[in-house]
Design a protein around this ligand. Structure first.
Ligand SMILES: *[C@@H]1O[C@H](CO)[C@@H](O)[C@H](O)[C@H]1NC(C)=O
Ligand SMILES: *[C@@H]1O[C@H](CO)[C@@H](O)[C@H](O)[C@H]1NC(C)=O
Ligand SMILES: *[C@@H]1O[C@H](CO)[C@@H](O)[C@H](O)[C@H]1NC(C)=O
Ligand SMILES: *[C@@H]1O[C@H](CO)[C@@H](O)[C@H](O)[C@H]1NC(C)=O
Ligand SMILES: *[C@@H]1O[C@H](CO)[C@@H](O)[C@H](O)[C@H]1NC(C)=O
Ligand SMILES: *[C@@H]1O[C@H](CO)[C@@H](O)[C@H](O)[C@H]1NC(C)=O
Ligand SMILES: *[C@@H]1O[C@H](CO)[C@@H](O)[C@H](O)[C@H]1NC(C)=O
Ligand SMILES: *[C@@H]1O[C@H](CO)[C@@H](O)[C@H](O)[C@H]1NC(C)=O
Ligand SMILES: *[C@@H]1O[C@H](CO)[C@@H](O)[C@H](O)[C@H]1NC(C)=O
Length: 660
């Protein structure tokens, strides 16, 4: 009884005196009251009685439930999601979930199942997701097929299955995902594929199976959403098996560095008779011939990540339909080596993580007049004067990612060629910006600008001129000279700014009116600076914002700043050395009255006096009346002394006159 009282208290918020009396084994974490509980890895042998009957989502992995009876979960009638990963379950008895009508997900990953009763999954009205990954299964017939007609995903990875054939009793018409990753499937027959016929729009994962043959015509006139044959060495027989099939996405990638022999054009010929929209063929070596691309002409998306290209062949033809090309982690020296002109309809081009130093060259992409997204992040882009010559003719470019590259120089109007830019990301790329005119001046549509850790010239008030649509600006990690955000700073032109990040900028004070023009600001991040209470005057210009002042040097907050705090919505003051003495009494009172505005009150603690260090501000009750009383006494004392002195002087004078 006492224990359960403790538990209730625990649930309703950890109260220190109870913690000691509760065994670790009973401490499920409450993620959402009455709904979501996490009992992971607590060595539990049963469902704790104190879990409320209203629990819907239960994470119960890494416990010990060797057999599951109809009583095991009978009390939790509202259960929707149940994760029983690695609970050493070997027996699942009749009607094990008969009282769990709402159950839609059961995860049984990593349990050494020996017996699963025919009626094991009866009860749930619509079981949608079932994971039997790594359960030692050797045949699909092991799974009881009753009541699985609503199943949408079935995970059967890492077992010993040798066939993908579903039993005819399995009504698979709702199946969307069927995962056979890492089994022992070596042959695929017509019958196997025919057993999947009911499932339209299926994603079938056969990755990591050592498939050796596919019966001719097995996939004839079938349609899939996604087919994953990852890890197959020679793709030619597999493509032959896929003749005359339709699939949205075909995954033919290899595993990193497994496959060192070249994939030849002949191996890919079968692709000409398959209808595919998106092909991923990453981590392979190719013979450098344009013929590799001969059967790619119907593709809309092509992913050639990490496929050891130094140069794409120049004579590629017929790729007019391709919209998205991914060339991540290859080894180009010069952007012109991708022969962009061969892919004239591209809207998305990703060259991320290039392994050689990449020279952007001049006009290498100029034929890509429809290009909207260009990702060149982490690509060792060589120092240059950016960006008009590399971006020549890209008038529809909307997103440009040049983050994590070598230093770039930006001159005035550096993006003249792409006036439609909406997002520009230069994070962690050092930028040399010229003194006066703004490199961004023609970017009237730019909404997101990430200049974090770019070491930009923060004292140039002209830097951001022209960015009238900008909503999001990240200036984190750019030091401000002398630690001061002055009132004539570069933020003045940004009328529409909603989110401003100024974290880790070495700021010690914000000058009055530093945010004067930012009437639409909703979030201001000033974390990890060196601000003190007296440097916050500028905050009075802001209204209804989320203000993050975490991890600064704020000790005492003067009464004059409190009205500015009051007009904000949310304030984060965590990790500041806040003063909890009577010198800060105005703020401490304000804090208690405005707790609803405080984010992270758990980490908003006292830094001073030493006796209160680490105590939550909300728990501090100071009585500073003592001081007032002392003051009154002092004043009274002084008054009495003065009165006595006056009296004495008066007497002395009277006596003196009497003596006359
Ligand atoms: C949780 O359930 C208990 C008992 O049914 C109920 O009294 C309480 O109000 C519920 N709390 C919430 C937050 O729903
Ligand atoms: C479990 O099954 C037994 C025998 O079939 C039955 O008597 C009992 O009522 C069931 N228990 C629950 C909680 O449904
Ligand atoms: C097929 O599945 C994909 C995702 O798996 C989904 O985006 C698409 O809308 C589905 N198409 C149809 C026709 O149901
Ligand atoms: C499959 O074959 C039929 C006739 O045999 C043909 O009409 C159809 O276009 C082919 N489909 C694909 C994707 O090759
Ligand atoms: C493509 O299909 C046609 C007719 O169905 C057939 O003649 C041809 O050999 C097939 N091509 C490949 C590469 O399998
Ligand atoms: C630039 O793009 C236009 C269409 O926007 C196109 O007609 C022209 O050929 C392109 N210029 C070059 C040099 O490719
Ligand atoms: C730009 O690329 C970096 C690194 O690849 C990535 O973390 C970042 O999210 C990208 N930026 C955008 C806006 O997607
Ligand atoms: C830059 O900021 C944008 C907008 O929040 C974000 O999507 C992107 O991931 C950031 N870039 C990096 C490299 O973190
Ligand atoms: C408040 O700031 C701290 C320190 O950066 C951070 O860990 C925490 O997530 C923030 N709280 C909220 C609610 O954003």
């Amino acid at each position: 009884m006492a224990g359960s009282m403790c538990y209730l208290l625990l649930v309703s918020l950890l109260t220190p005196p109870c913690v000691g009396t509760i065994l670790a084994a009973q401490m499920c974490t409450e993620v959402a009251v009455n709904l979501t509980y996490n009992c992971e890895n607590l060595g539990l042998k049963e469902i704790p009685e104190r879990l409320p009957a209203t629990t819907k989502f239960l994470e119960f992995s890494f416990n010990y439930l060797p057999d599951i009876q109809n009583s095991t979960f009978s009390r939790l009638r509202d259960l929707v999601y149940l994760d029983l990963t690695r609970c050493e379950i070997s027996w699942i008895h009749e009607d094990a979930f008969e009282n769990n009508g709402e159950l839609s997900t059961i995860i049984l990953t990593g349990n050494p199942l020996i017996f699963v009763a025919d009626t094991a999954f009866e009860g749930p009205r619509a079981l949608k997701h079932l994971s039997l990954t790594q359960t030692g299964m050797t045949s699909i017939t092991f799974i009881p097929m009753q009541n699985l007609e609503n199943l949408e995903t079935l995970h059967l990875g890492s077992n010993h299955l040798s066939s993908i054939q579903l039993p005819s009793t399995f009504l698979a018409h709702n199946l969307k995902v069927l995962d056979f990753e890492l089994n022992a499937i070596h042959h695929i027959t017509k019958k196997d594929i025919a057993s999947l016929k009911q499932a339209t729009n299926l994603s079938l994962n056969l990755k990591g199976n050592n498939i050796r043959d596919i019966e001719d015509g097995a996939f004839y006139q079938t349609t899939f959403q996604n087919l994953n044959f990852g890890g197959i060495f020679d793709v030619s027989f597999m493509l032959k098996g896929l003749q005359n099939s339709t699939t949205h996405t075909l995954w033919l990638g290899s595993f990193q560095d497994v496959d060192v022999l070249d994939t030849t054009p002949a191996m890919l010929e079968g692709l000409c008779n398959i209808s595919v929209e998106a092909l991923n063929i990453q981590s392979r070596h190719f013979s450098e011939s344009a013929a590799i691309f001969q059967c790619f002409t119907g593709l809309k998306e092509l992913d050639l990540t990490q496929s050891h290209w130094k140069k794409l062949p120049s004579a590629i033809e017929g790729m007019n339909q391709l919209r998205k090309l991914v060339l991540n982690q290859n080894s180009f020296d010069d952007l012109c080596q991708i022969n962009a002109a061969s892919f004239p309809s591209l809207t998305h081009l990703h060259i991320k993580g290039n392994e050689h130093k990449l020279d952007l060259g001049t006009g290498c992409l100029e034929k890509l007049k429809n290009l909207q997204h260009l990702d060149l992040s982490h690509s060792k882009v060589a120092p240059s004067t950016c960006c008009n010559s590399p971006l020549r003719n890209l008038s529809h470019l909307q997103h440009l990612n040049l983050s994590y590259n070598e230093p770039q120089t930006l001159q005035g109007e550096a993006f003249r060629e792409c006036p439609q830019l909406e997002l520009l990301d230069f994070a962690f790329t050092h930028l040399h910006t010229d003194a006066s005119p703004s490199p961004f001046q023609n970017l009237q549509l730019l909404q997101v600008l990430n200049l974090s850790n770019c070491l930009i010239e923060t004292s140039n008030p002209q830097l951001l001129v022209g960015l009238q649509s900008l909503q999001y600006l990240d200036l984190g990690g750019n030091p401000f000279r002398s630690g001061l955000l002055t009132k004539d700073n570069m933020l003045q032109p940004l009328d529409n700014l909603q989110v401003l990040i100024l974290s880790s900028c070495g700021l010690t004070a914000l000058e009055q009116q530093a945010f004067g023009s930012l009437g639409k600001l909703r979030y201001l991040d000033l974390q990890h600076n060196i601000l003190t209470g007296s440097g916050l005057a500028a905050l009075s210009d802001l209204k209804a914002t989320h203000l993050n002042l975490a991890a600064n040097s704020i000790r005492i907050i003067p009464p004059s700043v409190l009205p500015a705090f009051s007009q904000q919505n949310i304030i984060n003051l965590s990790h500041n050395p806040l003063d909890c003495t009577c010198s800060n009494i105005h703020f401490l009172r304000w804090y208690r009255e405005n707790l609803h505005k405080i984010s992270d009150p758990e980490e908003t603690t006292c830094g001073d006096p030493p006796a209160l260090r680490g105590v939550k501000l909300s728990n501090v009750t100071l009585s500073c009346t003592l001081l007032v009383v002392r003051l009154i006494f002092l004043v009274l004392f002084l008054l009495i002394i003065i009165a006595m002195v006056i009296l004495l002087v008066r007497r002395y004078i009277i006596r003196k006159y009497e003596n006359i």
